[in-house]
Design a protein around this ligand. Structure first.
Ligand code: ZN
Length: 247
């Protein structure tokens, strides 16, 4: 079974539409969405509407929970908090109902899913092998998929040692396939709506359950359209500017 892995669309509709066009091209058998539908971008309801019926499993991210008022805004930086304040008064009743029904933790076809990490599904960033190791030790999953960092990555456990790092396609390429023989893996498909690895292209991935191939895909989208929406909404300029850099 080929499973599409989507994360962190962050109210960026132009990025999401480009990714969904690529999804339609690849035609995975199922889709999971790891959360952070809203926050940072200017089209939260449109992004939820585009995804809610397509994803077999949807998780809540920290920004979704912040927008629902479930955490204090002091947990995030000033620009993120401004975007959450803007978002929370614009969510439609149906978007709120959808987000309120989500959990930050789930599973699908043998994959353990969390927005952030298995130890802390809402907040912990799995950026390095030390954090990955704590998750491998404290939870007994075979293959876990997390988002939250907006940086595509693969970590693995091999004879008690944890390896892995961020991953990206070779220069000029739109995709890269990784096959890691180790039985225990943590995968991160990167972020759709606000990539942070220096590549401004939207990021998503697929996992093939039989061959264990993790394929990372990067998709060009009209960044200026997302920026125009952010500026038109009066959201912080930094949220528009960073999209050009993928940071
Ligand atoms: Zn996020």
């Amino acid at each position: 079974m080929l499973i599409g892995l989507l994360s962190d669309p962050h109210a960026n509709l132009p990025a999401l539409e480009a990714v969904l066009a690529d999804v339609d091209h690849v035609r995975p058998d199922a889709l999971v969405c790891l959360g952070d539908f809203v926050g940072y971008g200017a089209q939260p309801n449109e992004v939820v509407d585009a995804l809610r019926d397509r994803c077999n499993v949807s998780l809540a991210g920290n920004h979704d929970l912040l927008a629902l008022g479930q955490f204090d805004l002091e947990m995030v930086n000033t620009a993120a908090a401004a975007a959450i304040r803007w978002t929370s008064v614009r969510l439609t009743p149906s978007t709120m109902e959808f987000l309120e029904g989500l959990s930050a933790r789930g599973s699908f076809e043998g994959l353990e899913l969390a927005h952030a990490s298995l130890r802390d599904p809402v907040w912990e960033y799995v950026f390095d092998t030390w954090v990955a190791e704590q998750n491998f030790k404290e939870h007994s999953f075979a293959v876990a998929v997390v988002g939250h960092t907006h940086v595509p990555a693969v970590f693995w456990l091999s004879d008690g040692d944890v390896g892995g790092s961020r991953v990206s396609p070779p220069p000029g390429a739109g995709q890269a396939e990784f096959r890691i023989a180790e039985p225990r893996l943590m995968l991160n498909p990167g972020g759709i709506g606000q990539p942070r690895d220096g590549d401004p292209r939207a990021s998503w991935a697929t996992w093939e359950t039989d061959t264990r191939a993790f394929t990372l895909r990067r998709v060009n989208y009209p960044v200026e359209e997302a920026q125009r929406a952010i500026r038109g909404a009066g959201l912080p300029e930094s949220l528009a500017a960073r999209l050009s850099l993928g940071l």
